[in-house]
Design a binder for this molecule. Structure first.
Ligand code: GLN
Ligand code: ZN
Length: 776
């Protein structure tokens, strides 16, 4: 039996890469310094993996920005707009790479960045390859080769990792009409072969080709391209050991194809899909030479592996396949795990009892190696001790009072359909809300946050350090909130917000106040480029012990006669942006959070808030990768939202907000959330996405964002009127709200004020237009 790893976090355990790249971008470090940081991280990572006892260590998993962008670069798929930077300016590779990732605005150039999108269902974003009809490819850089040689020189048993050709094409986008990107395989494959040839020449015996698109629903034509392509790779390199890696889901209906691919090793994600082991073993012919890589250690979460469970799977596989054809691995690249639990030393931040249940990337390597030793009976004392302590941790978790709160479980058990339903239909509620709120046509509002200025952030930092007392900190926040309320009143906004000045982050703020959540000091995971996130950890039953937002919302409401909107993060978003416990279904955890939010909603209502917004920006990204699993997810996710919102009286107006726009395929479920008002991102697509709402005859109120908050540009009244007219052409005026695309937290006050004044004027202009059109 052998161990291998699919990829290691490249941000460095103290986020060295982030610091080095940002210093370089700011002109505070040289390219040499940045390249050296990269080199050091690579060496450290290889050493960590070698010391852990991993047999085959991935190389070319390192990246200064993104592995898909690296692939585009190596394959010479450089979009035309960057060609002058190559040809005329002769930018060094690293600068060209960053220009593609981040755009290039200097020396008279204004070149936009390449698009970025989520990597499958993770929170990692990759740079989307761009293809033209006659796209050419050529081997442009030797990154993979260089890193392989570096590793070889360091006596690392290295396995180059490449994104496979079919997934590479599928993850890209056609930038011209008239062709499908998979047709490019003919041009692409020769360059892949050339690339693999360089590695072969340099002495690589193994190559890992990642084909995560095999986890998606594919059609027959795509499957046959897979077969064809891999046959050609095989024919050219009969002696190379190719590991085909699929992860994040089952092979599903692509399994038969995967088993026919002429590769030596097939990797299975047995964390996401343990059931597929049975299917594969059933199809496995006893004389087959195929090796199986069992992805047993969860690369997507921070919990310790359950050794007994993993060993049972390994034993089942041994019985059919035999030890010599089995590999043990993490389920996917460890890119999605934080680096090292050993850095969590502050017991006040992460209590030891919770910490003992966790494993980060470095600890996961040790788990892989221990599993192999246990399964092959290579057990020494240390391995036996590791097994015992693993059993103790697993057993302790089963019964820990920290995790299990019988009252919470009972409450979830007792949820009925009635809890997930408002008392009356939207039509009835709308009338009662109108009587309570007296809103004009085209009511104006914002999405919640106002600028988090340097000052606001400095107060929070000083408060955390103890340089400001709680009373001083609160007084400052109160003044800021009051200023924001006064300004909104003056500007003539109809539904006000308090501004969220007290919040660091829309999930962390709630997690910190709910029980069942833990936080880390160093649990950073790369999100994109130098951006990292530190997700909260949901380890136990979630409950709300005290009101979380009522003080601020009630304070803001006490300042004004206009309605103030209470501002909450929804259960699905809190779930989606955290590391979630794996000892119960995600839906069960989501329901617990929903009940906590429901209590908060009830308290806000009791405190006099007539409008309450429950943000769900993450509901769509939680969609499973395979369509056959969508319905189940949407059912519990929508229901959790409804539980959180379902307890209020008809007069209380519930808003929700989502900051994206592809609703076509889930519009009925969005409608099923039954929020009285939904605000969505819309301005960048020029209201096109309202088509889905119009075609579906979306019944409740909608606030299509009328300006893009991601840019400091101040929109004009005229252009917003234009957008609202477009909206009104497909949605009745009586259903429309006027608001920005998203929260204003990242903007400056100056541009925010100007933009919102224009926005209010646009709404007023629309009211006049509509009234003028009405026969008197
Ligand atoms: N209420 C949040 C804010 O305005 C919503 C943020 C979001 O949609 N991501 O900041
Ligand atoms: Zn948003």
């Amino acid at each position: 039996m052998r161990t291998h790893n699919l990829g290691y976090p490249r941000i460095g355990s103290n986020r060295a890469l982030k610091k080095a790249s940002e210093a370089y971008w700011a002109g505070k470090a040289t390219a040499e310094e940045l390249l050296l940081t990269g080199k050091t991280i690579r060496y450290d990572n290889w050493k960590i993996q070698q010391d852990a006892g991993i047999d085959l260590i991935p190389v070319n998993d390192f990246s200064f920005y993104d592995q898909v962008l690296d692939m585009s670069f190596m394959l010479g798929a450089i979009p035309r707009r960057y060609h002058p930077l190559m040809e005329k300016e002769r930018l060094p590779d690293i600068d060209l790479l960053f220009a593609m990732a981040r755009g290039y605005q200097k020396e008279g150039y204004d070149i936009t960045a390449m698009e970025m999108t989520k990597w499958f269902d993770t929170n990692y974003h990759y740079i989307v390859p761009e293809f033209t009809a006659h796209q050419r490819f050529s081997l442009l850089s030797h990154k993979a080769l260089n890193e392989f040689l570096e590793a070889k020189h360091k006596k690392i048993n290295a396995k180059p990792v490449l994104l496979g050709p079919i997934s590479y094409l599928l993850l890209g986008k056609e930038k011209e009409a008239g062709f499908h990107r998979l047709e490019l395989i003919e041009n692409l494959l020769p360059v892949y072969l050339e690339l693999i040839q360089t590695l072969d020449n340099a002495g690589a015996h193994y190559i890992q080709l990642d084909e995560p698109c095999l986890a998606l629903n594919l059609d027959e034509a795509t499957r046959s391209i897979y077969l064809d392509t891999y046959k050609q790779i095989r024919a050219r390199f009969p002696h190379l050991h190719i590991i085909l890696a699929n992860y994040f889901e089952c092979y599903g209906e692509n399994l038969a194809t995967a088993l026919q691919l002429p590769v030596q090793t097939l990797h299975l994600d047995l964390v996401r899909c343990p059931a597929q082991l049975g299917d594969i073993l059933e199809a496995y012919h006893k004389d087959s030479k195929l090796h199986l890589s069992l992805g047993l250690v969860d690369g997507r979460n921070i919990w310790k592996n359950n050794f007994d469970q993993s060993l049972a799977l390994i034993d089942t596989a041994i019985a059919k396949v035999g030890e010599e054809k089995l590999w043990i691995a993490p389920s996917c690249s460890l890119l999605h795990s934080p680096c090292d639990l050993d850095l969590e030393t502050n017991e006040a931040v992460l209590q030891p009892e919770v910490r003992q249940w966790m494993a980060f990337a470095r600890q996961k390597l040790a788990e892989v190696v221990t599993l192999k030793k246990l399964a092959s009976a290579e057990t020494d004392d240390a391995t036996r001790a590791a097994w015992e302590s693993n059993r103790a941790a697993v057993a302790g978790k089963l019964s820990s009072a920290l995790i299990h709160n019988p009252l919470v479980k009972q409450r979830v058990q007792a949820i009925t359909d009635r809890d997930a339903r408002r008392a009356n239909t939207f039509a009835i509620r709308k009338e009662k809300q109108q009587q309570a709120l007296h809103l004009p046509l085209f009511p104006t509002t914002t999405i919640g946050s106002f600028p988090q200025t340097k000052e606001v952030r400095a107060w929070r930092a000083q408060f955390k350090k103890g340089d400001l007392s709680a009373a001083q900190y609160e007084a400052l926040l109160q003044e800021e909130t009051e200023r924001s309320i006064r300004w909104q009143e003056e500007t003539g906004i109809d539904v006000l917000v308090h501004g969220e000045f007290e919040r660091n982050d829309m999930v962390e703020y709630f997690g910190e106040q709910l029980s069942g959540f833990a936080f880390t000091q160093n649990g950073w995971v790369q999100s994109y480029g130098s951006r990292c996130v530190k997700p909260p950890v949901i380890y136990g039953d979630v409950s709300r012990t005290v009101p979380m937002t009522v003080k601020w919302s009630a304070f803001a409401q006490s300042l004004t006669g206009k309605p103030v909107k209470g501002m909450l993060t929804g259960p699905v978003t809190i779930l989606q942006w955290s590391f979630v416990r794996n000892d119960q279904p995600r839906s069960a955890t989501c329901n617990q959070i929903a009940l906590a939010i429901r209590d908060e909603v009830a308290d806000l209502e009791a405190a006099g808030l007539k409008v309450i917004q429950i943000d769900e920006p993450a509901i769509r990204e939680g969609l499973p990768l395979r369509r056959e699993n969508w319905d189940d997810y949407l059912k519990w996710a929508v229901n959790a939202f409804r539980i959180s919102a379902g307890g209020v009286k008809d007069e209380t107006q519930i808003h929700t907000h989502m900051c994206y726009s592809e609703f076509n395929d889930i519009i009925e479920h969005i409608a099923d959330m039954d929020a009285d008002v939904i605000t969505i991102e819309c301005s960048r697509s020029q209201m096109e996405l309202l088509d889905a709402f119009a075609a579906f005859r979306y019944p409740n109120d909608i606030g299509p964002g009328v300006y893009d908050i991601h840019s400091p540009r101040v929109p004009t009244q005229a252009e917003m009127v234009d957008l609202l007219e477009k909206a009104q052409a497909v949605i009745p005026a009586g259903q429309l709200w006027v608001n920005p695309d998203c929260g204003l937290k990242t903007r400056h006050w100056e541009e925010t004020k100007m933009a919102l004044v224009e926005m209010v004027n646009a709404a007023k202009a629309m009211r006049l237009l509509v009234n003028a059109a009405q026969p008197s």
